[in-house]
Write a protein of this length. Structure first.
Lengths: 434, 325
């Protein structure tokens, strides 16, 4: 059953594909964008159309979040696909890519199919599985990458477990690259990061926290870049976090390597000092870095070295966070705060609005080959209406996720989601629009 | 009725309410507050040397020692301090409690808190554990060592030992030597000694020094002979034996040769140098028995005695604050 056509008028259209940022209107029909109008001139409609006056709020493509961890299957008390989808809808995120480190691991086409069927039954936002790069995520033998792709996985990754064995990594890149499957990998030398809870430096030293050097990331990133060059494969560097690896990445891009990189909104927003008095909500993987690293990440977004921003949504219940810092599990939920936190960077004049939005719409869409992420006629009507000036005080207890571990708890952000549409259907409505 | 021991009234008059509800870090104190605490502790030193050591400053109060790491001197020192001040003292050891049944630290603390203790003294292997508990319980929390972060009562007793030996702290040169990286004693002492104006040097193998230690406001040396040249105090740190089998230093004998304190190295220190060690000592590894047992240079036994007095001062001050609430 296709939804009624929806006309959104009086909006500030922001489209990272065309670069348009100005007044306009948009009409959806049969789940797709049927018409866009730039300027003040109205779109004439007839028949049964739901009309919405955006009242000057921003209308942009719905967000595509390439790194979301849920607890389904296997750890449903932390987060189900449904609770994650609800949180995504409330955050203006219309597509999520779920990570394969579930129980069982998504290393089999049947589990890919299970996720897709569950998502279809829930029917809120698009859910795409990322397949495990190696069987059981052990980093030893390749998973059935081709079969998982046929079943619907959008890229392969070893999630939080780096692939240590360089021969496995090389073969993975060669094989997946040959099949045209994107490989995501988070670079971290496991010996340098073993037991670590913070970034090496003065702060971790004073706090007595077991440290890891940024070099742990740079070393393995350089290996990955060299192997990507050797195999010609497309590599997505998962969650780059510091200035040194940014430099490695910039050099690789300058050489013409087919590499793209993501960073989490957490690392664009916080630095190591936000750990403060051992706040475990700020314990993340990779750990929060220095302020100069954070600024280098933001700068890399503008310069094009960094392509994609992810929420790095990791639900962890109180019993995994209300622990001494080195015992707490890393990670923060982030689906609902991704867009407001990005817009806060815009308000702080750290980066242009179109650049920031591109990193969560068009860039991830292009990375995994989605038609969404743009305000183009014929594209899926995955949209978000957002009052970019509205102040938001994040109260973790009121987040929709089943786990409330938000690094943004208590943080003041600017930008509030008013309405989210997926394929022309309203999946979230804050009720402020007429 | 036995008459009160001499000095009781004086001790009472010196007891001021602790500046905070909890004692988690030496940075909770400022220099005048440190001086007040040390003065109070001096009173307890005198009292502790008498036959009747019992006071009633903590009468009716309950003190729980919650030690997740093995400890001889700190735990017995807090226990004696509490008992001499008249508190009821309970020692909890995690092996016999529900910790082994999977209960979390916070749940254990909240359970104990429901029994209405007044002061919870905690030692735990994780940095920040004491701070975490202080946010979850209603009683006062005293940090008796949290991971590699702080051991504030140790730093206070070290400073008291130095003040008694030298009559001052302000211009002393103190070398803290050994496994600085893993040492909460070093961190608390660096913070407290630099706060009080002493010159602090850290000495140890490159692999046992924290990153960016130069930004702690202290000098760092890898060569022990230059590191302790001309110092007034050499504070040795304990080196855990498992860290000396190739992982962080190549061998025990190489460590002793380069960083163990013997007569030869000590001769580089200033005249009248005193040697300290938080204990327990690895004799022949980080310190030669010949030095450790030389009462003319060693303050190690004084440190133990000062430990009880300083902890009495901490507990008495915390109780004075509780009395005022």
């Amino acid at each position: 059953m296709s939804a009624r056509p929806i006309l959104i008028s009086g909006a500030r259209l922001v489209d990272p594909e065309s670069g348009y940022d100005g007044p306009g209107a948009l009409l959806t029909k049969d789940g797709r964008i049927a018409e866009t109008r730039r300027g003040e001139a109205p779109i004439e409609v007839a028949g049964d159309v739901l009309t919405i006056d955006a009242g000057g709020a921003m209308l942009c493509p719905g967000l595509i979040d390439l790194r979301v961890k849920t607890g389904e299957p296997g750890a449903e008390p932390k987060e189900t696909l449904k609770s994650a989808a609800l949180a995504a809808a409330a955050g203006g995120v219309t597509s999520i890519v779920v990570q394969p480190d579930t129980d069982p691991v998504i290393d089999d086409p049947a589990v890919v199919d299970f996720i897709l069927r569950r998502a279809r039954d829930i029917g809120l936002v698009h859910v795409y599985p990322a397949g495990a790069a190696t069987k059981g995520l052990t980093g030893e033998a390749m998973a059935e990458i081709g079969l998982m792709r046929e079943a619907g996985c959008v890229y392969v990754t070893n999630a939080d477990k780096p692939i240590v064995n360089s021969r496995v990594m090389r073969r993975l890149l060669a094989y997946a690259g040959g099949l045209g499957v994107l490989v995501a990998h988070r670079p971290a030398d496991p010996w340098l990061t073993a037991g670590a809870a913070a970034t090496e430096g003065e702060f971790a030293g004073r706090m007595g926290l077991p440290p890891e050097p940024v070099a742990a990331e740079t070393i393995m990133l350089e290996r990955d870049l060299i192997l990507a060059g050797l195999t010609g494969a497309r590599l997505m560097v998962d969650q780059i976090s510091a200035a040194d690896p940014i430099e490695s990445l910039a050099r690789a891009k300058a050489r013409g390597l087919a590499v793209i990189a993501t960073a989490s909104i957490n690392h664009l927003t916080f630095n190591e000092l936000d750990i403060g008095d051992y706040r475990t909500f700020c314990k993340l993987t990779p750990p929060l870095r220095s302020e100069s690293d954070r600024l280098a990440l933001v700068e890399a977004l503008s310069s094009g070295v960094l392509d994609i921003v992810v929420s790095a949504h990791v639900p962890a219940p109180a019993e995994e966070k209300r622990l001494p810092y080195d015992e707490a599990v890393p990670g923060s939920v982030g689906l609902q705060t991704l867009l407001p936190a990005l817009l806060t960077l815009y308000h702080e004049k750290r980066a242009p609005l179109l650049t920031l939005l591109r990193s969560v719409t068009l860039a991830p869409a292009q990375a995994i080959g989605l038609a969404a992420g743009r305000l183009a006629i014929g594209a899926p009507a995955d949209l978000v209406v957002c009052d970019i000036d509205a102040p938001v005080l994040v109260d973790a207890a009121r987040l929709i996720s089943k786990s409330k571990n938000s690094a943004f708890d208590g943080r003041r952000l600017q930008g509030e989601v008013r309405m989210t549409l997926v394929e022309g259907r309203v999946v979230y409505d804050r009720g402020a629009l007429t | 009725m036995t008459p009160p021991a001499p000095g009781v009234d004086e001790v009472r008059s010196r007891t001021f309410p602790f500046p905070a509800k909890h004692f988690l870090s030496v940075t909770d104190l400022n220099p005048p507050q440190v001086a007040d605490l040390l003065d109070l502790a001096e009173g307890f030193v005198a009292l502790n040397r008498q036959k009747n050591k019992k006071l009633d400053l903590l009468k009716g109060r309950t003190l729980i020692n919650l030690f997740f790491e093995a400890s001889t001197r700190t735990q017995s020192s807090f226990e004696l301090a509490g008992k001499r001040l008249g508190a009821d003292v309970v020692n909890m050891s995690p092996r016999a409690s529900s910790i082994v049944k999977g209960e979390t630290l916070v749940d254990t603390a909240v359970t104990l808190n429901a029994m209405q203790p007044d002061i919870l003294v905690i030692r735990h292997g994780s940095s920040g554990a004491a701070s975490l508990l202080s946010q979850k319980v209603s009683c006062s929390v005293v940090n008796a060592g949290d991971g590699q972060h702080e051991h504030p009562s140790q730093a206070l007793l070290d400073v008291l030992s130095m003040r008694r030996a030298f009559g001052r702290i302000g211009d002393l040169k103190v070398a803290i030597c050994g496994d600085v990286l893993h040492s909460r004693v070093a961190r608390s002492n660096v913070a407290l000694l630099t706060m009080l104006g002493a010159e602090v040097r850290l000495v140890g193998p490159p692999t046992l020094m924290p990153a960016d230690v130069a930004r702690w406001g202290v000098a760092a040396h890898n060569d022990m002979k230059t590191g302790i040249a001309g110092v007034d105090v050499v504070m040795m740190l304990r080196l855990q034996l498992e860290r000396m089998q190739g992982a962080l230093v190549p061998s025990m004998r190489e460590y002793f040769r380069l960083w163990g304190l013997d007569r030869e190295k000590l001769a580089r220190a200033g005249p009248g140098v005193r040697v300290m060690h938080p204990g327990p000592m690895n004799r022949g590894v980080e310190i030669d028995s010949d030095v450790a047992d030389d009462l003319d240079v060693s303050l190690i036994q004084d440190q133990v005695e000062m430990g009880v007095a300083v902890r009495m001062a901490i507990l008495a001050s915390l109780a004075a604050r509780l009395d005022n609430q």
